[in-house]
Write a new protein. Structure first.
Length: 165
């Protein structure tokens, strides 16, 4: 996979994450924390999972293997989630700026949360993170709809329609 395509996917990912956070910001504090019985109980918990997973993978690319995802309880408000997400996206963008075409084929080893070793080419890991975030953004969209609020579209083609490149 070409570096420019990976960078484009991450620009899309940042755009889509921002749209989902904007949709969540229209929810009340109670709605944000309401247990809806999804993979993660609430909108807030799902948002923390998305940002936490992006953080974990960034750490793995940098050579360390966190033992667990951050806890949703460490982010009691949407503002706390947004603040941490901004930091993660800033660090992620800085990392992406260091990549070369050759680096994308490098196998990056890591230890998963169960202590098992894995390694995949960096391009596969980078692609996985965007795909994972997309999956959970879809869950947030459903939860926002269940809460009676207006969800937003985060389709890739919608990104292109908005002028993203």
């Amino acid at each position: 996979m070409h570096l420019q395509r990976i960078l484009e996917l991450y620009r899309y990912n940042t755009w889509a994450n921002g749209r989902v956070l904007d949709a969540a910001s229209r929810l009340s504090s109670e709605a944000l924390l309401k247990d809806l019985g999804s993979s993660f109980p609430s909108v807030r918990d799902t948002l923390v999972h998305i940002s936490g997973a992006e953080w974990v993978w960034l750490q793995r690319w940098r050579g360390s293997s966190p033992k667990a995802l951050p806890s949703a309880w460490d982010f009691p408000t949407l503002d706390a989630v947004k603040t941490r997400w901004i930091e993660i996206e800033r660090d992620q963008a800085a990392y992406l700026r260091t990549l070369t075409e050759e680096a994308l084929d490098t196998e990056i080893p890591y230890i998963n949360f169960k202590g098992q070793p894995f390694k995949y080419p960096l391009w596969q890991q980078l692609s996985h993170v965007v795909n994972h975030s997309t999956y959970h953004r879809g869950q947030v969209t459903t939860m926002v709809r269940q809460l009676g609020a207006e969800p937003v579209s985060t389709d890739l083609l919608r990104y292109y329609d908005s002028g993203g490149r």
